[in-house]
Design a protein around this ligand. Structure first.
Ligand code: HEC
Ligand code: HEC
Length: 192
């Protein structure tokens, strides 16, 4: 083949793959619309019972969707949502929400409780896993700036072993926390 033909073939392939990519982008945006009903536009939920997904790690989102679908994590609203997703959808949605910019959660923290929460977090070495500033990494979630009510519920759920999809890490950590610790940590983390 001469160079001109090669260029044409190369261009055709580039156009076809860009086309496939934009179709995939449109499909994931379409799916994300369903999620927006609860998790808000771009995953920035304004109702604190629904976790913010914007800026969460892609790997963690994928794993949670897989766990909801497999029945390892339960929530009456979330179970049917995950039940409809294929592993490819889960990967695409994880990628999509991880790339959205997280908006402020609008929480008004109590300064005294925030200070006590920070102290408890240092004592327990939470950031050994969650990373500096609780920004998360890979399978470990970002908790910084998450909704206060949601954080509080998760810590209580781990403590009571209502949520057990964490390979034992969080159930054992939460088992050592008092109700006051949970309140102070939720204040501290929502305020980050
Ligand atoms: C009808 C409301 C509703 C819809 C729609 C919904 N979710 Fe959820 N989702 C929830 C609730 C409630 C929780 C928190 C459950 C709990 O308290 O443990 C949740 C939790 C999650 C979590 C775990 C987050 C974390 O920080 O652990 C992920 C990931 C998630 N949803 C993704 C999605 C995706 C992707 C979609 C769209 C395909 C979606 N959700 C649609 C209600 C919903
Ligand atoms: C040994 C590692 C480890 C330590 C230490 C740890 N975590 Fe976690 N944490 C995890 C993992 C892993 C998950 C995700 C579990 C899963 O896959 O569902 C998690 C989940 C969470 C969640 C739920 C997030 C969400 O979006 O649902 C909160 C809140 C949390 N951790 C807070 C804390 C706090 C506060 C501390 C310290 C008191 C702490 N963690 C210490 C590993 C750890």
């Amino acid at each position: 083949m001469n160079n001109a033909i090669l260029t044409v073939v190369g261009l055709a392939i580039a156009i076809a793959s860009a086309d496939a990519r934009s179709q995939a982008d449109a499909a994931v945006k379409d799916k994300a619309q369903t999620c927006a009903a609860c998790h808000g536009p771009n995953g920035n939920s304004t109702d604190p019972q629904y976790p913010i997904l914007a800026g969460q790690t892609a790997r963690y989102i994928f794993l949670e969707l897989r766990d909801f679908k497999a029945g390892r994590r339960h929530d009456p609203q979330m179970d049917p949502m995950a039940g409809n997703l294929t592993p490819d959808d889960m990967l695409a949605l994880g990628d999509y929400f991880s790339k959205q910019t997280k908006a402020p959660n609008g929480f008004n923290a109590d300064g005294g409780k925030v200070a006590l929460g920070a102290k408890k977090s240092d004592e327990v070495l939470c950031t050994m896993c969650h990373g500096g500033g609780f920004l998360g990494q890979n399978e470990i979630p970002r908790v910084a700036g998450q909704h206060y009510a949601y954080i509080k519920k998760q810590l209580a759920d781990f403590k009571a072993r209502r949520r057990t999809n964490d390979a034992g890490n969080m159930t054992s950590v939460a088992g050592t926390l008092s109700d006051a610790d949970i309140e102070n940590l939720a204040q501290y983390l929502a305020n980050l």
